[in-house]
Ligand binder design. Structure first.
Ligand code: 4NP
Length: 167
């Protein structure tokens, strides 16, 4: 069985390779959640398997480090069936990732699927552009977008967890 974790907050960030965007989102979210006192299971995964076991892209490690966050210890993995039960929220970086998740989701999966920018006022549905084929600037741009997204998700989840505790 799937163990009854559904009530607990858990956030899984998902991109294609799990070496650029979702590792940055995982690192950024961990830091913000900790600052704000949000207790939450946090992880990241890719829809594809090309990079399983790899460390994040050196450019992602570098930009995270510039912002004071160490993501070098992460290792890429692919999304798996259990993730749709273990995590309350699975957050995709772009529309293709979201479609990939929808096609893999078990019918009775309990996780809510969304896109990172859905929590940001006025930017619902906006993708985090894939920086993999871009330059250093593309990673810096991705970081800025991700930073906005994780702030907004932290605020939203804090509200949700407070509302649930009162209910
Ligand atoms: P990510 O970036 O999805 O943000 O980790 C990519 C990493 C690798 C590839 C594509 C995107 N790739 O095609 O290998």
């Amino acid at each position: 069985m799937h163990g009854g974790f559904e009530h607990k907050l858990g956030v899984l960030f998902v991109c294609l390779g799990n070496i650029c965007r979702s590792p940055m989102a995982e690192g950024a979210f961990r830091a913000v959640a900790e600052q704000r006192g949000l207790s939450c299971l946090v992880d990241s995964a890719g829809t594809a398997s090309y990079h399983v076991g790899s460390q994040p892209d050196p450019r992602a490690i570098a930009v995270a480090s510039l912002h004071g966050i160490d993501i070098a210890g992460q290792a890429a993995r692919q999304i798996e069936r259990d993730d749709f039960y273990r995590f309350s929220h699975i957050i995709a970086m772009d529309r293709a990732n979201l479609e990939g998740l929808r096609s893999k989701a078990p019918r009775d999966g309990t996780a809510r699927l969304a896109m990172l920018m859905d929590a940001v006022d006025g930017r619902r549905g906006e993708p985090v552009a894939d920086p993999y084929y871009g330059n250093t600037q593309a990673f810096e741009t991705a970081w800025s977008v991700i930073a906005l997204g994780v702030e907004a998700w932290t605020a939203r989840l804090l509200l949700e967890s407070q509302t649930q505790r009162r209910a």
